[in-house]
Design a binder for this molecule. Sequence first.
Ligand SMILES: NC(=O)c1ccc[n+]([C@@H]2O[C@H](COP(=O)([O-])OP(=O)(O)OC[C@H]3O[C@@H](n4cnc5c(N)ncnc54)[C@H](OP(=O)(O)O)[C@@H]3O)[C@@H](O)[C@H]2O)c1
Length: 363
Amino acid sequence: MKKKEALGWMEWLRGWMYLIHEMLFQRIMASHLSNPMPLPPLNDQTFIVTGSTSGIGREIARQLAEAGGHVVMAVRNTKAALDLIRKWQDDWSGRGLPLNIEAMELDLLSLDSVVRFAEAYNARLGPVHALINNAGIFQIGEPQKFSKDGYEQHLQVNHLGPALLSLMLLPSLIRGSPSRIVNVNSIMHYVGFVDPDDMNVTSGKKKYSSFVGYTGSKLAEVMFSSVLHKRLPAESGISVLCVSPGIVQTNVARDLPKIVQTGYRLIPYFIFSPEEGSRSALFAATDPQVPEYTEMLKADQWPVCAFISQDCRPTNPSEEAHNTETAHKVWEKTLELIGLPADVVERLLGGEEVECKYGAHTS
Ligand SMILES: NC(=O)c1ccc[n+]([C@@H]2O[C@H](COP(=O)([O-])OP(=O)(O)OC[C@H]3O[C@@H](n4cnc5c(N)ncnc54)[C@H](OP(=O)(O)O)[C@@H]3O)[C@@H](O)[C@H]2O)c1
């Protein structure tokens, strides 16, 4: 069969229609949700939130901590995180016990940093109840850039880094079981396409743009998560989900021209606040019915992982995300790029040590 080189035009058109629909109607679709979203008491639960110094991640971390959770802010700028923690503790004082929140360094542009983070966390022998892979970049209009590991930056920060982190933290997620991996994805994966043989978009077959880099990285994340969801047996008690936060006013548009940023701020009716944008990830990380739902998908051999929309309702990822052949190739290629063996999940679940090309050993 001829290899698929791009989305079909109907898929592409439908993708854009979903995107425009979300932009125009997200507030109506989510009108049943309160803001902030009430959370159950989270005492004794540990959450790792990547990219929690800004935007959606900042809201996720604050709200989880205020609901009693132990929150680890996994960030590249630890000083900014510590400043935030101080502010949140001050705002919280007099309302209960101090917040249980800390910062640890994680730079997704360095796979060594990802391994260092996971090794340091695993060495505590403590549980993780939810890993929230929130950090992400969209370098709008910028030329193609590569990490020091040699990978296109959207691919690395939005997909490879979170994939490596999720796998390396499996020992702690097993200790926290029932536990969850929540990936803050995007409706824009609907217009994304991934060629597993050209994940860096360097072959010249497809012209690179930041749009291609961003949407492809988000689709790769859905595909990888779908295979991970299937590889984790029900007994592991680990649920894997992707969520769409909606269109949210954050620093993600920091690379847009100033005039466009001004326009962006002038349409608050359509755009969610970070607090509103945090609801789908908070729902996926804390709603008690989520494990049952993800297990049902597994039992039904549904081809994709759970995908929660900005209105906290389950939805279907894109048609291309259902392409299981490509998803398996993306899984295999991803493991190769992040330097882990093909049977990493099975070995970690069996309590074995697994060697990663980046950093030393993990258990
Ligand atoms: N905003 C939207 O409309 C929207 C829509 C769909 C999906 N999303 C997704 O939502 C997630 C959060 O984005 P946001 O909108 O809240 O954007 P944001 O305000 O720019 O926050 C992104 C966070 O990611 C962190 N980050 C970036 N590069 C990193 C790296 N190399 N290592 C570690 N952390 C890194 C940033 O840290 P620094 O503060 O140090 O830069 C920041 O804390 C992303 O995955 C994004 O793709 C957003």
